[in-house]
Structure formats: C-alpha cells, structure tokens
Design a protein around this ligand. Structure first.
Ligand SMILES: *[C@@H]1O[C@H](CO)[C@@H](O)[C@H](O)[C@H]1NC(C)=O
Length: 226
C-alpha cells in the first residue's frame, strides 16, 4: 500500500493553481526540455524515483501501472494530467470512463510524488510532468533503458470523459485501433509498442526479459507524446 496521501482536493487545487500560473506565463513560449526544472527543482528526478521505489517494495505491479497511466493520460487531450482530475461541478472525471474505471492504478503514488515535490519546491512541478516522469522512472526500474524525459508540460483544467471512454480497447477491430493511434499522430510502431505496455501491465509479474523487451520499445515511443 502507498503511504497515506493528502486529500485529493488539495492536490487538485495545487494542479489548478499551477495551470493558472501557466496561463500567466503563456506569453513566453515554452519548449519542452529535459532541463526544464534544473534550476527551479533540481532534485525532481531523484524525488520521483525515491517515491516509486518505496511504492514498488509493496506493489511490484506499480511500475506497469504508472506506464499505463501516462498512456491513458496522453491519449486524451495530450499529456496534460487530465486523468488525475476528480469529479467536480464542471468535471466528469476520466477516471470513471470504462477503460480506467477499476483498472487505472497508481493515483496514490502520483499523490505521494506530488506531496514530496510540493515540500521540496512548492508550486513548481506540474502534475502532467509527474505522470511523464513516473512512466520513465518505472521503465528504468523495471530493467528498461534510461532516457531524459522532456519536461515543462502544463496541467489541463478540464477532463474529457468521452475521449477517455474511447481509449483503444481490446475489443476494437484492428483498423479501428490503428485509426485511434493515427488520430493522435502515432504510427504502427507506436501502436505495437503501446499495446505491448498493456500486456506488460497484465502479466503478473512479467519476467525480466519480457520487461526489457517491451520497455525498450515503449521507452522510445513514449517521447512522441507531447
Ligand atoms: C465504475 O465501477 C464501479 C464499481 O465497480 C461501478 O459501481 C460504477 O458504476 C462504474 N462507473 C461507470 C461510469 O461505469
């Protein structure tokens, strides 16, 4: 079990605050960069890694879960952390869409990472970047390769339940699946790699060579998400 995390409403407020700050900075064109937090939060990577390593000792599947979270976040309106938003007056949470309901896991770990980063560098690291970093660190901890994840994403303030409901499904026909990937700018190689991530999630636990084989592809494809 992950350690107790702050109330989701608190984290949601922090994410919304970051999004608002992002709007104020909007005039300054930002490019994603692995060095985005080098000055504002230099230990971001180590912090994410430490929290995930702790979570992993209690729950080995968490690594696969965190990779899948990025997939399900990025596929819907881009990598904006929208999957993290809970139901609210203006929000129908993507968490409740069929592809996520009872299967998207790892939210308490994301909350723990957010809490640790808020303590180290308040109001700096976006939740969208936490999801992206968590996926990279998970691939690495699973025995896959290391890559410098691009950072500087902004948090979305709206969810898209319908798009989440329409995530690639095991029951979709092949041509439907390929089209869903093409719609978000991903090619057939991405398609095969990211479907492999799903297999990686449900094999419990996958063998080390299986993880290495799959994460090799996944790692090179995840960065295609912006
Ligand atoms: C999600 O799962 C819960 C528990 O199984 C169920 O009660 C609920 O109706 C589901 N939500 C949706 C939107 O299908």
């Amino acid at each position: 079990m992950a350690s107790p995390s702050p109330a989701p409403a608190t984290l949601l407020a922090v994410c919304a605050l970051l999004a608002a700050m992002a709007l104020f900075q909007g005039a300054r064109a930002q490019q994603l960069s692995p060095a985005y937090y080098d000055e504002s939060c230099p230990h971001v990577y180590d912090t994410v890694r430490r929290v995930i390593q702790e979570a992993r000792t209690a729950d080995p599947r968490i690594l696969a879960n965190l990779v899948r979270l990025q997939f399900h976040d990025c596929f819907v309106n881009g990598c904006d952390g929208s999957l993290l938003l809970d139901d609210g007056p203006a929000i129908s949470s993507e968490k409740n869409a069929a592809p996520n309901n009872n299967s998207a896991r790892g939210f308490p770990v994301v909350d723990d990472i957010k809490a640790a980063l808020e303590s180290a560098c308040p109001g700096v690291v976006s939740c969208a970047d936490i999801v992206a970093l968590a996926a990279e660190v998970s691939v690495e901890l699973a025995g896959g390769p290391y890559w410098r994840v691009l950072l500087g994403r902004r948090d979305g303030t709206t969810a898209n339940f319908d798009a989440a409901d329409n995530l690639p499904s095991p029951t979709d026909a092949l041509n439907v699946l390929r089209q869903k990937f093409a719609d978000v700018g991903l090619d057939d190689t991405d398609f095969v790699a990211l479907q492999g991530t799903t297999t990686y999630s449900i094999t419990d636990p996958p063998s080390a060579p299986q993880i290495r084989y799959r994460s090799l592809y996944v790692s090179t494809r995840l960065e295609r998400y912006k």
